[in-house]
Design a protein around this ligand. Sequence first.
Ligand code: GLY
Ligand code: MN
Ligand code: MN
Length: 500
Amino acid sequence: MPDSVLPVRTTDGAARSGKASPDARAAIKQRKNGLWANPSARLVSDMKTGWAPPPESVSAPPIGQAAHTARRRAMLSARFPRERLVIPAGTRKKRSNDIAHRFRAATEYAYLTGDQTEGGVLIFEPLQDGGHEQSLYLPGRSSRASGEFWLDGSSGELWTGRRRSLADTSRVLGIACRDVKVLAEALLGTPAPVRVVPGHDMALEVDLADQSATAHNDELAEVLSEMRLVKDDFEITELQSAVDSTIRGFEDVVRSLDRAEATSERYVEGTFFLRARVEGNDIGYNTICAAGANACTLHWSRNDGPVRRGDLLLLDAGVETRNLYTADITRTLPVDGRFTAVQRRVYDAVCAAQEAALAVVRAGARYRDIHEAAQRVLAEHLIAWGIVREDTDTLLALDLQRRWTLHGTGHMLGMDVHDCAGAPTDTYVDGTLEPGMCLTVEPGLYFQPDDLTVPEEYRGIGVRIEDDIVVTADGHRNLSAALPRHADDIEAWMASLRTS
Ligand code: GLY
Ligand code: MN
Ligand code: MN
């Protein structure tokens, strides 16, 4: 990619070499600010002219979730009267040297605005009579007259692409938009306690801390996490779309398994990623492509192991939609299309545990019931296979099955894969399911390759089955039901994809 800075030039135009002069130091400082260094007066003047007029503003329709974002902002406003709230989109994170990771807007910001602009900041300014004035601070069009469109390498439109005018963006999002250049001024003075969602924009947090008694507590983030526990119709449609793209990504992987066998788990990762980038925004989390015993490493994402016939491939992957909702699905597939007897035995046990867990998912059930139902079935299988000698109740009371079941049986799902993680315990982990909650159900069994407590034939087998579920008034709906789960169906599905 091109650097946004020309080589630093001395006054006679020769390329700089040797020790930095004061001018060169100033230029280097400019470079750090993302500016072109020392452009000649003639170039500055030339760059102001000779451009076709900007195209007529195209009236984009309002975003589909505008009514939802407005309702969410109203709820938040009611929760924090007489306080100034600051919700940043965040900034890009450095990857190495001057290269950043791809920007992804903070969930809280996108949830409240429907916008994903890097550096955007949503401000709730408390009003005397209650409520808040809500404003979104965004980069406006960059001026040709001042030269910022080409001189500012970090946000000039020549570098980053055309933007909508603030007036157009305001219509599209349904919220007043102001130029981010006036944000510092708007934040001057301390009319009220200030709360900021922490962790996304350190420079802004430092500025706020310098000038006000900022409450860097987590309560704002906690409330925003709790608000997202129950999804609205727009969000459930987005999650279904994320799931549908993810299913197509799993189909891509099955079709490409021959090539993965000739390369590595990286081929599986790349195949799924193509679907995620073409249909969605990205993957919602690092894809786990774990063949053979790698499946026993829960956060396996190096994905550099071999894919061999006779082994299982545990694929845990999710497409994130362009509105930032992610699926989170796992299937454990026989690389050659057929489970061996012992693989099927383990697979069927996990499938039975998932069935038991799904059976308790309904409004009014305790969230913990899901995990307990799955653990009981897995414990019974471990006992039946002679791996443990305790009775089921003793085993569960001591949690001894966890040596092989390892993790929880699910989590809330939404804009974050582990959504609502900051919600209070009494409304989430110790809470009761409500219609509109979306969660994963994902039991697993993992026999480490060096676990001498299990018969040898089990060692190195890891199986997880994970589906994405929405709680309804009378039960639940499996958003990922179109992806086969049972061993026979998996084999038939793989065979149909590999011959088509
Ligand atoms: N892949 C993350 C999870 O399943 O929770
Ligand atoms: Mn997962
Ligand atoms: Mn999960």
